[in-house]
Ligand binder design. Structure first.
Ligand code: ADP
Ligand code: MG
Length: 209
């Protein structure tokens, strides 16, 4: 993956989030304050406006600019968290014109570490991490079995499946971080909006490769 492809993927993510804005907001209505879709749609709309100006940058800087835009335009917890994720992913790719699977896995891990640090959160707290962490582990595990360009797609399929299962898992647990934690046990039975939006992003990436 190079800058051109990365920009195309970010454009598709922006469009997907726009399409799913109402659904994500509905999910957040049930266990939060009903703004997750609105928040992300606003942020990615700003990212989309800037994408053409990123064409001459290296992938690391595209991700950094994307993250900074999300931090500065998205209200709520998810802005700084997704913003940090994209900025940290960028840091892992410094100086690289082409992103290969090992680079992607490193960037993905730094993104997860960034969310955990910023959110003071971990797996099993009904957050985006419940999709991110299993997805990264599944992509890595599948890649380690067959580390060749023809198997990138398989690795992403495994990651998407794990993220989707992570979303299902969030229905079974109570939130202990974020606004949904105010509901405690009453948050059980409902899927986490952030885990859902992350899974949508991964589906876009997997589909684009
Ligand atoms: P807010 O909760 O401020 O209204 P959003 O509705 O945009 O922000 O985002 C809510 C999502 O953010 C949650 O569904 C969850 O996935 C994620 N989230 C909230 N707090 C944390 C945290 N501490 N760590 C990781 N993710 C979190
Ligand atoms: Mg919210």
């Amino acid at each position: 993956m190079n800058t051109e492809k990365l920009i195309a993927i970010l454009r598709q993510i922006a469009e997907k989030i726009q399409e799913e804005k109402d659904f994500l907001t509905e999910l957040d209505n049930v266990i939060g304050d009903g703004d997750h879709g609105i928040n992300l749609a606003r942020g990615f709309q700003e990212v989309e406006k800037k994408l053409d100006t990123f064409a001459q940058m290296e992938p690391a800087d595209v991700l950094k600019q994307t993250g900074m835009t999300l931090v500065s335009t998205v209200g709520g917890a998810s802005g700084p968290l997704y913003g940090t994720a994209f900025m940290k992913a960028g840091m892992a790719l410094k100086g690289k014109e082409e992103i290969h699977m090992p680079d992607f896995l490193e960037a993905f891990q730094l993104a997860i570490d960034g969310v955990q640090m910023r959110g003071k959160s971990t797996k099993g707290e009904k957050t985006m991490l419940d999709a991110m962490i299993p997805a990264k582990e599944a992509i890595q595990a599948q890649w380690e079995q067959e580390a060749s360009p023809e198997h990138v797609k398989d690795a992403f399929q495994a990651g998407i499946k794990a993220a989707e299962e992570g979303v299902e898992y969030t229905k079974t647990i109570a939130a202990t971080k974020g606004r949904a934690s105010y509901l405690g046990e009453r948050s059980i039975g409902h899927q986490d909006p952030g885990a859902t939006s992350f899974t949508m992003m991964l589906e876009v990436i997997g589909g684009a490769l």
